[in-house]
Write a protein that binds this ligand. Structure first.
Ligand code: HT7
Ligand code: ZN
Length: 848
């Protein structure tokens, strides 16, 4: 397949002046009638062919200005030669037939449990009708749906309806990827929101009958999001109605279609009994994210898919700000950095590394990555740090004013910052164009009351980019006195050169620096810090992120010294951890994060970076040994905290209560290493909420127990799909290294393993890929099983298959045997006849 290149961008030769669609719904033979107005685009003068994208469509008729035409058809669309087109504007009429029921790829119009729904981003609209399916073609849409189903929804406002039909009009010009249609036997949970200019908006969350009692949190999150976007960004909602629909079969989390967001049901439905605190937090974040897209994505969209970070990076940044305002800022920052390191750093250090704005792709669906999303958000965080809060607000106001109704680029985005603040962002742009995570080293010098920090930045080569130029790096630094007082509060050092020094004068004594506070830039700080200094910062740093980071680094150092060496853990580390555990002035959620060990995958990367070959089983054993040593040494305070963090009474999903449960479960996790599972079994038996019952079950399985509880959990929840996903996942994720593949194989035979459902597939296979020692178990059984299932899913659902192939992306870290086993699986997948373009692109990039 030929790659698409950013450098080849040209505007579409026609403007679309309006779109009218009629859907006659039928499961296997839906008719789509389209009337589309075209006018020559002045940006592309001259006579141009009409090229329309279209895939898997049966064309019944095509007309231009009411006269039948016979376009040239191929597998990707059709062409009407310029010679057959009128000189000026014209109308295209076409009728096509599509098969929603046979659409297992879940792109375009498909069916999920009897509900018709759509997913058009990135290029799914071309599976609905012939159209210029590219984001820079924006048009107002009018949609008529004909069906006997009771609920018929599309974008915009409802404008007419009758028995068996409904009409929707969306006045806001939009690209085709934001089109949506839903039809089914659904019920609404409704509310209203009054906007800042006093308009009333009807809010509906559409679910299957019986699920209404699990929508309250999603609705509350939506209302809070609408209010927050008005208060913080001055953005008001712009239609009479905002609809959300929960769908069981969905490739990703959710989709921001204009006025009709479609969600994976796991990101809508929640009750204390069925959802964990983590689920509640994700629901809040994703509801906000999709809502915020109304301005950053829908009103202002992307010129082409290379600019994806323009909407995704910005919208992730906005949803992170929202969560941090709703919950705890430091805890949210730590969680985001954990995700960034686990997903984006891993991507940036491996064969899939690409710039935040890539320059080439074969399949765009493969570029909905942690780099585009999470690093894209970090880049905006850095911009904000550099221009300050006021500069950021000015730039954003200008962005909305200047580009409303447009399809914009990263150049447009940077230009509003330059115009609003007067800064030159030429060098900063490298964050968008250069892949890879910069590594920052630091040298310290102290003489005569002056303290100098000298930083050196280096970005390792990434695929297709050998040499990197220095980037602008905002380094937040504070200085502490040896007695723990802060002598220099946080300031931003702006690094622009490969090596650069910053001097602090007139200090009474040599300070202890706290560097990269708040994780002010997405870089790796390579710094050998003595354990005492880390312990000092863990105890005294006023920056909560670096306080946590010091504890984390200490834990890593201790683990690295233990792994494969049978060394006893450092008692001073355990004592420092004990002081955090018992410090009641610290937020329980923060303490829970401090008690959490670095993940096995993270440790494998750390060992690899240190020039060692990671041994997954030794890492697993080392982590277990440290947990046990902590539990033995801190048993008393752990038990006391476990008891103190109980949250009796009615369940509340708020951050404070969730933080207590997180700390309680973190204590349980450690105690479980020395109490034969007694506490976990008791908690499982008594828990009245999913957070604790799932957490207890995970502990039991991790300890090699829980057979009875696994059975009881299934019996209780067998009719709830989302909870049964958890049941599949927890058993594989927490299985012992040797048991992971056999458990996954056994569960794949279970009658409830509905593998065509992406959530269920991800629950089982995703858990196997995430069980580090289990996935990399020496026999290679897990690799084989995993690859077999990718090959089974690929013909049905290429998007999810391709995405899940990233479990293999770290293959080059490991020993010769593991490497050759993984490569053999990648070769086997790549050589499979009929493999999708999506999966082909991923496995060939991974094994390169
Ligand atoms: N903008 C959306 C990204 C998306 C997607 C969603 C569901 C299924 C397939 C999809 N492909 C791309 C979701 C978001 O980031 O908000
Ligand atoms: Zn998004």
């Amino acid at each position: 397949p030929q790659p698409t290149l950013l450098a080849d961008y040209r505007p579409y030769p026609f403007d679309v002046t309006g779109v009218e669609l009629t859907f006659r719904l039928s499961p296997e033979a839906t008719r789509v009638v389209a009337r589309i107005g075209f006018a020559p685009n002045p940006a592309r003068p001259g006579r141009n062919d009409l090229r329309l994208d279209g895939e898997k469509l049966k064309l019944h008729s095509a007309k231009i200005d009411s006269k039948p035409v016979k376009p040239d058809q191929d597998a990707e669309g059709l062409t009407v030669p310029a010679s057959q087109l009128p000189d000026g504007p014209f109308t295209w009429d076409a009728e096509v037939e599509i098969d929603p029921k046979g659409n297992t790829a879940l792109e375009g119009l498909y069916m999920s449990g009897g509900i018709y729904c759509t997913q058009c981003e990135a290029e799914g609209f071309r599976k609905i009708t012939y159209y210029p399916d590219r984001p820079d073609v924006m048009a107002p849409f009018k949609v008529r749906i004909e069906s006997d189903l009771p609920v018929l929804l599309s974008n915009g406002n409802p404008t007419a309806k009758g028995k068996g039909w409904a009409e929707w009009t969306d006045p806001w010009p939009k690209p085709a990827y934001l089109f949506a249609l839903v039809a089914g036997d659904l019920v609404a949970v409704s509310d209203t929101f009054t906007t800042m200019s006093g308009k009333t908006v009807d809010l509906n969350i559409w679910v299957r009958e019986g699920d209404e009692d699990r929508c309250a949190y999603a609705m509350d999150s939506l209302i809070r999001s609408m209010k927050w976007d008005e208060e913080v960004y001055g953005r008001e909602y712009d239609l009479d109605v905002f609809n959300i629909v929960a769908i069981d079969d969905f490739n990703m989390g959710a989709m921001e279609n204009k006025g009709l967001n479609i969600f994976n049901s796991k990101l809508v439905l929640a009750s204390p009994e069925t959802a964990t605190d983590g689920d509640f937090e994700r629901i809040e974040g994703v509801i906000a994210h999709e809502y915020f897209h109304n301005w950053t994505g829908d009103r202002i969209t992307c010129r082409d898919w290379f600019q994806l970070c323009l909407k995704e990076g910005l919208t992730v940044f906005r949803d992170q700000q929202f969560t941090s305002d709703m919950r705890s800022e430091p805890v949210k920052r730590i969680e985001d950095v954990l995700t960034l390191r686990a997903r984006q750093f891993r991507e940036d250090m491996g064969p899939l590394a690409h710039p935040v704005r890539p320059e080439s792709y074969i399949e765009i669906n493969n570029f909905y990555t942690a780099t585009v999303y999470e690093k894209g958000a970090e880049v905006i965080g850095m911009l904000k740090r550099l221009v300050g809060d006021d500069g950021y607000r000015k730039a954003l106001d200008l962005y909305f004013e200047r580009h409303d109704g447009e399809a914009a680029t990263i150049e447009d985005w940077l230009m509003v910052f330059e115009d609003a603040t007067g800064r030159d962002l030429t060098q900063f742009k490298r964050w968008y164009t250069d892949a890879g995570t910069p590594r920052l080293t630091v040298a310290e010098d102290w003489s005569d009351g002056s303290f100098t920090l000298t930083f050196t930045q280096k970005t390792p080569p990434t695929p297709g980019q050998d040499k990197k130029k220095p980037r602008v790096i905002p380094i937040a630094v504070g200085l502490l006195n040896p007695n723990g007082d802060e002598v220099v509060p946080t300031m931003i050092l702006e690094m622009t050169k490969a090596t650069q020094s910053f001097r602090f004068e007139e200090l009474a004594s040599r300070p202890v620096p706290s560097i990269l506070r708040g994780f002010s830039a997405p870089v790796v700080l390579d710094r050998d810090v003595p354990a005492e200094e880390r312990a000092f910062l863990l105890a005294h740093d006023t920056d909560p992120f670096n306080k946590w980071e010091s504890g984390r680094a200490l834990a890593k150092d201790v683990l690295v010294s233990m792994i494969g060496k049978d060394e006893a853990p450092s008692q001073s580390f355990i004592d420092a951890l004990g002081r955090v555990l018992t410090n009641d002035s610290l937020d329980p959620a923060f303490r829970a994060l401090c008690l959490r060990m670095p993940s096995e995958d993270d440790l494998a990367q750390t060992l690899h970076d240190a020039g060692q070959v990671p041994d997954p089983e030794a890492i697993h054993a080392g982590r277990g040994a440290l947990s046990k040593a902590i539990a033995r040494s801190l048993q008393k305070p752990l038990v006391a905290t476990y008891d103190a963090m109980a949250t009796p009474g009615e369940f509340a999903p708020d951050a404070t209560s969730a933080g207590k449960r997180a700390l309680r479960l973190a204590c349980l996790w450690l105690l479980n290493h020395i109490d034969n599972g007694t506490r976990a079994a008791a908690l499982f038996a008594s828990a009245d909420n999913m957070t604790e019952s799932h957490g207890a079950l995970a502990c039991l399985i991790e300890g090699g127990r829980g057979t009875r509880e696994i059975g009881a959990f299934y019996e209780r929840w067998k009719d709830n799909r989302l909870v049964i996903d958890k049941w599949f996942m927890v058993q594989v994720l927490h299985a012992a290294p040797k048991d992971a593949a056999p458990t996954a194989e056994r569960l794949a035979e279970h009658p409830d393993f509905e593998w065509t459902n992406p959530n269920r597939f991800r629950a089982l296979l995703g858990a196997l890929g995430a069980n580090h020692a289990g996935f990399h178990e020496t026999s290679g059984r897990a690799y084989r099983f995993y690859a077999d299932w990718l090959l089974k899913l690929d013909p049905l659902n290429p998007q999810t298959t391709a995405r899940m192939s990233t479990a293999f992306e770290t293959w080059s870290r490991y020993d010769v045997d593991r490497k050759s086993m993984i490569r053999a699986e990648l070769d086997r997948i790549a050589a499979t006849e009929g493999l999708s373009r999506d999966t082909y692109e991923m496995v060939t990039r991974i094994r390169a």
